[in-house]
Design a protein around this ligand. Sequence first.
Ligand code: PLP
Length: 432
Amino acid sequence: MLNGALRGGDDVPFVLGRKRGHILEDVDGNTFADHVSAWGAAPYGAHPGPVRDAMSRAWDRYGMEITNYVQSEPVLELAERLIELAPEGITRVAPTVTGTEAVEGAVKLAREATGRPIILSFLGQYHGESTYLTAASSTDRPDNTSANAQYVPGFVFAPYPNRFRAPFHRGPGPHDETLYIEFIEDWLLRHQVEPSQIAGVLIEPVAGEAGILVPSQDFWEGLTRLCREHGWLLICDEVQTCLGRCGPIWAGDLWGLRPDILLLGKSIAAGGQPIAAIMATEAVLAASGTHLGGTYAWEPAACAGAIAGLDILARDGILENVAELEQIARAELEPLKGHVPEVGDVRAIGAWAAIEFVTDPLTIAPNPAFQAAVHRAAVLRGVVAISEEAKWVYRMQPALSMEPELYRWSCRQVAAAIEETARTLEADAERP
Ligand SMILES: Cc1ncc(COP(=O)(O)O)c(C=O)c1O
């Protein structure tokens, strides 16, 4: 009935019956704490009342409308509200439906604004599922690369900073992140591409799908220096990190980044309807003739829902809650490192926690089988988080509004699932 990719993997072993607040209920009535939050698109729980009401009012009033042709009040209000929140220098917005389209649009805009062809991107990032992006920059899974990457020109790649698992090193970090900048300067710019051919740098401020990797201040200083020196536009893909996921409104605020192009998705939908956005400076977007958007981009009800979401973000202590969730993850999950040999690394930032599994703490060889077993044990204990087939970083991605007590309980269930899995493996190994 469904396509192969949806049938394989068995990642979530139940069919959803209903959703309430931060709880998923399967068709048999079993309940689970929701640490997927619609992959971040439901940051305030299942269906926040103000978002539902705003969407319903807008739909009654405007129905379905094509914003690329007929604009309505919610469209203009949302644009204004986003610009108020944006980092300094960002003054324009272009509508899209998905994060994928936002990234595609950003690549077109960077090329248009600079007249240069090449985008510098980072290995292991994820930017979406269109042919161009799975081919050219979405290398979070090797099957994407082998199926597509060789067919698309226009990108060059450098390694994304990884403090636990750096390229060209054996064993765990931390590592000096100025080396990543040196690689770009001494290898990429010398042997592969002229700096004057690069239009922009496409980067996730915190890499989500790659396993919640958080670059250092040193890295960002080096990268922004290169942007300044060579006239490269800084394109921050905040589709996954925007509007509070990592603590501040923009993950780039953690290092004072000033992007030329800023991409939003997921959280902006506020659990309502699909919506995403490209934001950019006057220089990039004011005089642009590039066509962006499409039939469904910024449909009035989606905009009204997004505005109601921004109200929740401003009014309901969401960022304070996110800060508390981060502290809880640190307190509950970090002690697993050193205590369970298969736990190679624990990373927590904002309402995001990652646990990276290894076969051995010295070689840090990836351990996807352990992760799959932990995931199954956690589901049986009532926690559904993110565990993808063939990956070895388990991610907890709750709504930003999750009650701290539910989050603490969930972290404890995951910790217990990890300890239980380690004990089972130990017992299996000792069995004659
Ligand atoms: C950083 C990043 N960019 C782009 C996308 C693509 O967004 P969408 O799934 O809305 O097309 C994602 C989705 O996970 C993402 O994490």
